[in-house]
Design a protein around this ligand. Structure first.
Ligand code: NAI
Length: 454
């Protein structure tokens, strides 16, 4: 049968397209189903477009603050539509790049909605419209979608309400913006629109923003954002939305705030329905597909990777999960480890972390030691971040001094954090790390300084 494949992949996001590329490269016959544009949420309406816009916003912010560096500029403005057009151009270029990689690696990309029919001794049968495909192995990477909470009045408020998708297609910068949810999406958009001049208010249910990240850094970051003009309401529960008005409760009192737009960013949920998962009996857990550390589901030859597992929900984890599947299918012995996943908030300033936070170390009752230094201990940071501050924190095991976690607040921490991931993965100790030579002068030296600060 011509339509028989070694591996069928449902969903062309960072889990799916990376798995397809690797599998094709190793000679597997691969088909990748994607109903929309290849690249998934990350490339089309997530990571890449937001980072492109954040870069424009950062340039504008830097131009406005150029005086601090002895540079004078007048009449600084921005053209939001041009920023959006550039964002679309960047996305298009990358989508074409991924499509080219698929071709290079002999992956058949089928554009359409795939539906899993059944699983027999011959393989797993998948249909797209009238065409049937048979696959020995199936990798499900259908991703996630925005979770929209049941807040009274939210649905009726029409186009005042935005999710990250609509926020990326606005034609003008809103004068004011309420953001419900101070997680990663909320904070990145807060930073973006604050830099572009919107009056931004974040309403967060918990008592601090960015849950899951090291709390000392998130508190410090919130203070920096507050100084830039972002208003935060923590421990606040939204009770109702009425057009452009949001009503929330805080400390037992009710407050009403108004803005041009209201962005809802209270999490994402795995996409597990509408493509026949039930026909093969794949088990779910907490709304996502249940997998083991090899990304195997409860059904033989059926795997899942990325947001659909509801676990890590990060593009880079998704890609690695897809690779684990392919490595095991092609004779390797690989498993997922989640102890050194980097987490980055691409706000200005950036917040990056990997491994254990202090809170997690305490909760796990790990005997740890911590050292921290202001970012201004790195000469290059001072040179390039006039008037800015930040923090680098390193957590090691008290006994063996192996690195357990690294957390950095300050630019460009997103570009440094991988070094810490490598140290954790390689189980490096402080004394080994102190022997590594870092380039001077770089902001990365803050890590080396902190290794000596114990
Ligand atoms: P999130 O889970 O990161 O944050 C949601 C926030 O909303 C939490 O702080 C939560 O306490 C709060 N919240 C929940 N219900 C609320 C309510 N009714 N009222 C007020 N606050 C409420 O979810 P987010 O930011 O929507 O992001 C979704 C996913 O996308 C995450 O898994 C995230 O990791 C991923 N993502 C990652 C990025 C990155 O790595 N840079 C960028 C954007 C998204």
């Amino acid at each position: 049968m011509e339509n028989k494949f070694d591996l069928a992949i449902l969903g062309g996001g960072p889990a799916g397209y990376v798995a397809a590329e690797r599998a094709g490269d190793r000679g597997l016959k691969v088909v990748l189903f994607e109903k929309s544009d290849i690249g998934g949420i990350c490339l089309n309406e997530g990571c890449i477009p937001t980072k492109t816009l954040l870069y424009s916003a950062k340039l504008y912010h830097n131009a406005l603050n150029a005086g601090r560096y002895g540079v004078s500029a007048e009449g600084i403005t921005f053209d939001f539509q041009k920023m959006m057009a550039r964002k679309n151009k960047v996305v298009k270029k990358l989508v074409l790049g991924v499509a080219a990689k698929m071709k290079q690696n002999n992956v058949l990309v089928v554009k359409g909605e795939a539906y899993i029919e059944n699983r027999t001794a011959n393989g797993i049968r998948i249909r797209v419209d009238e065409t049937e495909f048979l696959a020995v192995n199936l990798l499900i990477c259908t991703g996630s979608e925005t979770f929209v909470p049941k807040i009274p009045g939210l649905e009726a408020s029409g186009d005042i309400i935005l999710t990250s998708r609509e926020a990326l297609t606005l034609s003008e910068v809103p004068d004011s913006l309420i953001i419900i949810g101070g997680g990663v999406i909320g904070i990145e958009f807060a930073s973006l629109f604050n830099s572009l001049g919107s009056k931004v208010m974040v309403i967060e249910m918990l008592d601090e923003i960015l849950p899951g990240m090291d709390r000392e850094l998130t508190t410090m970051a919130r203070e920096i954002f507050s100084k830039k003009g972002i208003e935060f309401n923590l421990s606040s529960q939204i009770t109702r939305v009425n057009g452009n008005e949001a009503i929330f409760e805080k400390d037992g009192k009710s407050f009403s705030v108004k803005a041009d737009k209201i962005l809802v960013s209270v999490g994402r949920v795995p996409v597990t329905i509408g493509f026949g998962l039930e026909n093969i009996g794949v088990e779910l857990i907490r709304g996502g597909i249940k997998v083991n550390d090899r990304m195997r589901t409860n059904i033989p030859n059926v795997f899942a990777a990325g947001d659909v597992t509801g676990f890590s929900m990060l593009a880079h984890t998704a890609s690695r999960e897809g690779e684990v599947v392919v490595n095991n299918l092609t004779g390797g012995n690989d498993r997922m480890r989640y102890n050194a996943v980097p987490g980055v908030v691409y706000s200005n300033p950036e917040i990056s972390g990997t491994g254990l936070t202090e809170e997690a170390a305490r909760e796990k009752k790990i005997d740890y030691r911590v050292a921290k230094l202001p970012m201004t201990f790195a000469g290059r940071f001072i040179a390039e971040n006039e008037g800015e501050t930040g923090l680098c924190k390193v957590i090691v095991g008290a006994r063996n001094q192996e690195v357990l976690g690294v957390h950095i607040l300050g630019n460009p921490s997103s570009e440094l954090i991988y070094g810490a991931c490598m140290a954790i993965e390689a189980e490096m100790t402080l004394s080994e790390l102190r022997e590594i030579i870092f380039p001077h002068p770089t902001v990365s030296e803050i890590l080396r300084e902190t290794f000596f600060a114990f």
